[in-house]
Each structure stands twice: as structure tokens, then as C-alpha cells.
Design a protein around this ligand. Structure first.
Ligand code: NAD
Length: 304
């Protein structure tokens, strides 16, 4: 069945340029009415105007789609509440929220100020929480919702000079995991995209050859599928340069020391086996890990 957003309404934050613009255009091309949110600031989050969002709305309308612009700041509860109210007034419902807005304040940890650390966490983590909370009640009530968080390999794997950004981006995987559990019985699916694309955020970090391969339009198909009616939940996809892959958090089988000696020296002596990830285990939720280690201990203690 072809992916379609017919009769659905989507909000995309930070959609005045880069990846958000590409997601918004693709959602509109697949039938969604789109709220193009963008605070319109500089890459570091300063300034602000709705000109960028207005331009994307014009593009969508010229292609025959439906869209409105919203200049709200994702870090403001009042702005996000007002954005959702305007969406309901204009289009009657909210089916999809793509959390995409973001800023950068790159510095090594030695040089980053706490103010810059907080500003990045505020937009990526708090902005996603605030926008998601603004739609959460509506989605619960209508027993349907699709929420996307935008994470990053800078969080999953690290990136020199991005302690603030990486911390905020990996926190979004944590947010996804729990929103997935709490949203499940209300038909709310929550997923993550980890993009790699040439945008104003990354343009100066890449060679000309890389810039050409990394069109934002090669990320949007995965992002758009993750907010579709057919979307899975609690799924994190990496997308860029034509590759789509899944990111998973896994643990090694490990060793159960229950009933035996367990000192720091025992950990050191067994570290290779403890760290051996050749039989990865992926837990559906935190409690499944607790079940596993209790089961291990019961077996080791002869109580199973
Ligand atoms: P971009 O700078 O082109 O787009 C970000 C947009 O967010 C801008 O239009 C900006 O005005 C808007 N924005 C910033 N702060 C806002 C706020 N407080 N409220 C509302 N809007 C705000 O960058 P992009 O590369 O398109 O990034 C989009 C998302 O993808 C970001 O979350 C970014 O961290 C993430 N990401 C991008 C890459 C990449 O390779 N480009 C990699 C990993 C993650």
C-alpha cells in the first residue's frame, strides 16, 4: 500500500530550511496539510523571523498543497500551545509531529560555556519535549498520533566539539523509548531519525563531493515513512546519501557472577567476555533487562 497522508495534518518544527523544509514538502506531496514551523533564527539560534517558513508555505501551495506558517519558538510552552491551537482551528486535527528544529553551538568541552551547553539542550531536548507535550493530549484523545524525534550520530557515537549537541541528541532516544511505551495504548507511535545531510548546519564541515551526495531529500523518505499510518514504533533509522539503516541499543550477554566472587579484579579478569557483543540482546523496555538479570541470578543460585 502506498504511503499516504490523505486527510491528515502534520506539524514540522524548524521547517523553514534544510531537512525540515524537505520533510514538509514531501509530507505535502503525499497529501498532508502541513504546519511549517520555524523560528527563523541563525544557526546558533539567535534572531528570528517567519520569512523562511512563509517561503516554504508558498512552495507547498504553488505545488497544490495545503500549508500554514508558524513562527513559534519550540522552547516556549506558550508558543507551542498556540501553534497546536492554530493547527486545530485551521485544519481540525493533528496527526503528525516531526520534531526537527535545532541549533549548534560547537566548542570543545574545555571551552563551551554552560550557557551555550544549556541553549543547545534547550532547543533539541526541551523543545522536543515541549512540542510533543503540546500535541500529546490531542493525540491521546483521538487515539492516533505519530511523533518523530530527530537524533544524531553525534549523540549515538560522539562527535568532537559537540558535547552539548550529542548529549541532547541521545537524550531524544531516551524520550522516544518512554513516549513509545506511554503512547502505545492510544495509537501513538514514536520514532527517531538520525539524518546526515548537507544543510546550513553541516555545510561547512563537508567536502564538495560529500555535499552533492548528501541531499536532504535522501533523508526525508525514511523520516516521512516513520510518521505514516504504517509506521512502526520505537524505531530509530539512520538516513543519508541513499543509505537507510536501523540504529539499535544492545547489550552483551555478559557474565552472571551471582553466588560467586565479584570484585573489581573479577570484572577486570573477565572484561573481554563481558564486553563481547557477538550475541547482542535488544530489550523491549528497561524492565526486560531487570527480568533477565534476575533470571540469571536465580539460575546461578539454583532457584530457577
Ligand atoms: P538547519 O539549521 O537548516 O535547520 C534547523 C531549523 O530549525 C532552522 O530553519 C532554524 O530556524 C530552526 N530552529 C532553530 N531553533 C528553533 C526554535 N527554537 N524554534 C523553532 N525553529 C527553530 O539544519 P538541518 O541540518 O536541516 O537540521 C534539522 C535537524 O536535523 C536538526 O535537529 C539537526 O540537529 C538534525 N540533524 C541534522 C544533521 C545533518 O547532517 N544536517 C545530522 C544530524 C541531525
Amino acid at each position: 500500500m502506498a504511503v499516504s497522508f490523505k486527510d491528515q495534518v502534520a506539524i514540522v518544527t524548524g521547517a523553514g530550511g534544510g531537512l525540515g523544509r524537505s520533510h514538509a514538502l514531501m509530507l505535502a506531496a503525499h497529501g498532508a496539510a502541513v504546519v511549517v514551523n520555524d523560528f527563523g533564527g541563525a544557526r546558533d539560534g539567535t534572531g528570528g523571523s517567519t520569512a523562511a517558513a512563509d517561503a516554504v508555505v508558498r512552495e507547498i501551495k504553488e505545488a497544490g498543497g495545503r500549508a500554514i506558517a508558524d513562527g513559534g519558538n519550540v522552547t516556549s510552552e506558550a508558543d507551542m500551545q498556540a501553534m497546536v491551537e492554530r493547527t486545530l482551528k485551521e485544519f481540525g486535527r493533528v496527526d503528525v509531529l516531526m520534531n526537527n528544529a535545532g541549533i549548534l553551538r560547537d566548542r570543545t568541552f574545555a571551552k563551551v560555556t554552560i550557557e551555550d551547553f544549556r541553549a543547545v539542550v534547550d532547543v533539541h531536548l526541551m523543545g522536543t519535549a515541549i512540542a510533543s507535550k503540546a500535541v500529546w493530549g490531542v493525540m491521546r484523545e483521538q487515539n492516533y498520533g505519530r511523533i518523530l524525534v530527530t537524533s544524531s550520530t553525534s549523540g549515538a557515537y560522539g562527535n568532537f566539539g559537540q558535547s552539548n549537541y550529542g548529549a541532547a541528541k541521545m537524550a531524544l532516544i531516551g524520550l522516544m523509548n518512554t513516549l513509545h511505551l506511554e503512547g502505545a495504548k492510544y495509537g501513538i507511535h514514536v520514532n527517531a531519525i538520525l539524518p546526515t545531510a548537507a544543510t546550513r548546519m553541516t555545510g561547512d564541515m563537508m567536502s564538495e563531493e560529500m555535499l552533492q551526495m548528501l541531499a536532504p531529500e535522501l533523508v526525508s523518505p525514511a523520516a516521512v515513512w516513520l510518521v505514516s499510518r504504517e509506521a512502526p514504533s520505537r524505531t530509530a533509522l539512520l538516513a543519508g546519501a541513499g543509505t537507510v539503516a536501523r540504529l539499535a541499543v544492545v547489550e552483551s550477554e555478559g557474565i552472571c557472577f551471582a553466588g560467586k566472587s565479584l570484585t573489581p579484579d573479577d570484572v577486570a579478569a573477565n572484561f573481554d567476555r563481558i564486553a563481547d557483543i557477538s550475541s547482542p540482546i535488544e530489550s523491549a523496555e528497561g524492565l526486560r533487562h531487570v527480568d533477565r538479570i534476575i533470571e540469571n541470578a536465580r539460575k546461578a543460585l539454583g532457584q530457577a
